[in-house]
Design a protein around this ligand. Sequence first.
Ligand code: ZN
Length: 210
Amino acid sequence: MIRETLPVGLLQCNCTILGDETSREAIVIDPGDDIPVIQGILKRHRLTVKFIVITHAHIDHIAGAQSLKRLTGAPIVYNENDLPLVKMMDVQASWLHMPTPEVAPPDAPLKDAQVISIPGISGTVLHTPGHTQGSICLYVPDHSLLLAGDTLFAGSVGRTDLPGGDGRQLIRSIHDRLLPLPDETTVVPGHGPETTIGEEREENPFLQTS
Ligand SMILES: [Zn+2]
C-alpha cells in the first residue's frame, strides 16, 4: 500500500493518501487545504482518487474537499451528524479569520461499520462521537492502520469545547471503539505525530482509569 501523510493548511491537519500499487486507485482522507500539493503527490504515484473521506466537518479537515472533488470527480463522504457544522462554515471561517470555503452535504453519508473499499484497501468506519457528533475514524485492519481524525492524538484527545463537543462521550468512544483494536495498530491522528493503540492505552493520561 502507498501511504502519504502530510500536514496541510494553517492548522496543519494531517491529510492522508492511501493508494493501491496495482490498480492505482486511492482514498484521500481529510484534504483540508493545500490541494495542489496533494494533487502533486497523486500525480507522482499515478493515483486515481475514488473516495474523499472526511473524518469530521471542522474547517481544517474539510475545506479543500470540494476543490479536490472538482479535480478528481471522486465523491465526498462523511457522517451526517456533522451537517450542523457544515451549515456554520462561515462561523468556523471567522474563528480562523479566513474566507468561507465552499462546502456541501456528503455525496454519500458515512455510517458506523460501513466499509470503504478500493482494490487492496478496505477501511471500516468507526463512528466515534465526542469531538464532534459526526466524528469517525477509518480502520484499515489489513494494514494495521487507524485514521483517527481529531478523536485521539499521541498523548492527548480531541478538544470538546467547540459546538457539538462532548467530553464524556469522547472518552467513551475511545474506550469502546478504539482501545479494543490491536496494540500494534498505527494511529494517524488529525494533527501531530503518529502513535499506536498500545502506546496510547498504556500512557495517554486522558485514558487512564482510577
Ligand atoms: Zn476538529
